[in-house]
Write a protein that binds this ligand. Structure first.
Ligand code: ADP
Length: 221
């Protein structure tokens, strides 16, 4: 089943004559359960693309559909709710809430939404990510790799349509990066979870099921 499609996406910044085309007629289609890496050098348009796919910003032209919802048809408030409920984000800096413990961080987006966490599913995620013994720890007592595992658990907890990861191993050493990428790969398979990850690192990208290369705002293969 197709879970995400971007059609003829263009994003430009600035005004004539100083227009930057950050994305230029990009179309991609992603099936449920795929683990896709978007690779490209700095400035190639990766973050811009991820922001459009996650509804964090709107394209100048073109459309994004996630789980049959056309993001361009949603009003700003509807888009905010859609993002919270259907999209999981993982960032380079983990973005955990410092005053909440590990478990509280994991269930926070679900509780913000006024929903009750699916305890059985959350326990499965916690055990897969090896966080059982850390649930009452505060984020600042964890290593970078452990903090990123918490961020992964948080992104998966609400069973989002897609998880978007922005350089998830950018702050980790290579051994920990390997472990984190492996966990993303395994969770994608085990839970049929669609994951789209951006990276500038070809070795990291190779670990994904599919690689999409972007150059100067265009798909290059
Ligand atoms: P990447 O994530 O691959 O490093 P970006 O998507 O951040 O690339 O940027 C693509 C291009 O768009 C770059 O030329 C960048 O300078 C430009 N750009 C990105 N965001 C903005 C913005 N808010 N205003 C103006 N130009 C921007």
């Amino acid at each position: 089943m197709k879970i995400l499609s971007a059609t003829h996406l263009t994003k430009q910044y600035g005004l004539a004559p100083n227009i930057v085309k950050a994305l230029d007629d990009v179309s991609i289609s992603i099936e449920q359960g795929e683990f896709v890496a978007i690779i490209g050098t700095s400035g190639s348009g990766k973050s811009t693309l991820l922001n459009m796919l996650g509804g964090l910003d709107r394209p100048s032209q073109g459309s994004v559909k996630v789980d049959h919802f056309d993001l361009g048809k949603l009003k700003d408030e509807e888009l905010t709710v859609f993002r919270r409920q259907r999209i999981g984000f993982i960032f380079q800096n983990y973005n955990l809430v410092p005053i909440l413990n590990v478990y509280e961080n994991i269930v926070m987006p679900i509780q913000l939404d006024g929903k009750t966490p699916d305890e059985k599913f959350i326990n499965e995620i916690i055990s897969l990510l090896g966080l059982e013994k850390k649930l009452y720890n505060m984020p600042n007592t964890l290593s970078g790799g452990q903090q990123q595992r918490v961020a992964i658990a948080r992104a998966l907890a609400s069973k989002p349509a897609i998880v978007l990861a922005d350089e998830p191993t950018g702050n980790l050493d290579s051994k920990t990066s390997d472990e984190v990428i492996e966990l993303l790969r395994v969770t994608s398979q085990k839970f049929n979870q669609t994951i789209v990850m951006i990276t500038h690192n070809p070795e990291i990208a190779m670990r994904a099921g599919r690689t999409i290369r972007i150059e100067d705002g265009k798909i290059a293969g």
